[in-house]
Design a protein around this ligand. Structure first.
Ligand SMILES: *Cc1c(COP(=O)(O)O)cnc(C)c1O
Length: 403
């Protein structure tokens, strides 16, 4: 949106530019001050020149800000930049990744509607559907992520929405997004993809046919573990509904966090490249080590969906999971022996993290549920940061020696 104060020559002409240029410049509307870096607008409300101006803005007859639960210039800059990077007509920022998911369901589903969710989604995503959305009459079934026949067989006449995470956490399973989008559309349903693990630097689900893409911006978009946020993107038609929910219910993004994410997006691709390069080196190295029973990383030729990953993503991501000898005790000894890597379940940070999924992120599941999700007691997940690979290998070697 061009503001009346838009400073013309001060702003970039971005017709036909590439991904990296969009990441650095899209969404910035400089003020007449001519600030080079994006301005931060920590304001809850806006003033009007006249009562008539206020009335026209409230009526939507003239564009302009009214209140920061509705629009804020810094938040809008972030929305425009991430929309450009995802190839979306419009993006809408939210207070967290979870509020992005809530906004999608609240915007497109009603009591009595049916949603299909991939089995291996983020733990809080399952809690949101099971503990809350079901109470309001939304029906939910879970489908094994990679199994297209299972997806096709799971539809009901009232299926409105498919929600998937590809690749999955922590085992790096994938779904063929283009094929799943086709199946969804044949049944009149929308496909939403949680693109948190890949970011638009590695995978652009809308270009593969998905209708909606969402992120926890808390992860790689910030990339430095500082701020919570989320975003939903898609066609203007769909996003108009999401905007309506957010304005009314209020889980909008703070301008300060939007400003952090704007700066995060500028380095997103080169960070993702470095994360992925180190992760691939570590996965290949781990596969050779005694004490490691199995490595899960889609960049390895041993991964059953390696070819799909190479086709659908431009690199294989930052998360490497592996099973060690010695069961749960072995896994805990391995984790406790590290001295550089942080013991935490977070990911998408410059700092490498290590976690034991069976007793943390997946600890609330019953042993049978964990078994069916493929989360064994000897599984360790590493989310690779930006330290020297040699130092990460040395730290993981301490773990290997402790097995
Ligand atoms: C972290 C995460 C979320 C939730 O995001 P928050 O910003 O923590 O609310 C959703 N999906 C995935 C894949 C995540 O990793």
């Amino acid at each position: 949106m061009t503001q009346e104060w838009d400073a013309g020559r001060l702003n970039s002409d971005l017709d036909g530019v590439g991904f990296d240029t969009l990441a650095v410049r899209a969404g910035q509307h400089r003020t007449p001050e001519g600030e080079h870096s994006e301005a931060l607008f920590p304001t809850s409300s806006y003033v009007f020149r006249t009562a008539g101006d206020a009335a026209a803005r409230f009526a939507g007859e003239v564009p302009g800000n009214v209140y920061s639960r509705y629009t804020n210039p810094t938040v809008r800059a972030f929305e425009e930049r991430i929309a450009a990077m995802e190839g979306a007509e419009q993006a809408v920022a939210t207070a967290s990744g979870m509020s992005a998911i809530l906004s999608i369901v609240m915007s497109f589903c009603s009591a009595g509607d049916h949603v299909l969710v991939s089995r291996s989604v983020f733990g809080s995503t399952i809690s949101l559907f099971e503990k809350y959305l079901k109470r309001f009459g939304v029906q939910v079934d879970y489908v094994p992520l990679a199994d297209l026949q299972a997806w096709a067989g799971a539809f009901k006449p009232n299926t409105k929405l498919l929600f998937v995470e590809s690749p999955s956490n922590p085992l790096a399973e994938l779904v063929d997004i283009a094929a799943l989008a086709k199946i969804a559309h044949e049944h009149g349903a929308l496909l939403a993809v949680d693109n948190c693990f890949c970011t638009p630097a590695l995978q652009q689900p809308l270009k593969l046919g998905a209708d909606i893409v969402m992120h926890s911006a808390t992860k790689f978009i910030d990339g430095q573990g500082r701020a919570m946020g989320g975003v939903v993107a898609g066609s203007t038609k769909l996003m108009t509904d999401v905007v309506g929910f957010l304005r009314t219910a209020g889980p909008t993004l703070s301008p300060f966090n939007a400003w952090i994410f704007l700066k995060g997006l500028e380095t997103l691709r080169i960070r993702m490249q470095a994360h992925c390069s180190s992760a691939l080196q570590l996965a290949q190295w781990l596969e050779q080590q005694d004490g490691i029973e199995h490595v899960y990383y889609a960049g390895l030729a041993s991964h059953p969906q390696h070819e799909l990953a190479a086709r659908q993503q431009s690199a294989f991501g930052a998360v490497v999971s592996f099973e060690v000898k010695g069961g749960k005790e072995g896994a805990w000894r391995f984790i406790d022996a590290t001295r550089v890597i942080s013991i935490t379940t977070n990911l998408g940070d410059t700092k490498t993290t290590i976690a034991h999924p069976a007793t943390t992120s997946h600890g609330r599941l019953s042993p049978q549920e964990r078994e069916s999700a493929g989360i064994r007691d000897n599984l360790i997940r590493v989310a690779v940061g930006l330290e020297d690979v040699a130092d990460l290998k040395a730290d993981l070697s301490r773990g290997l020696q402790a097995l």
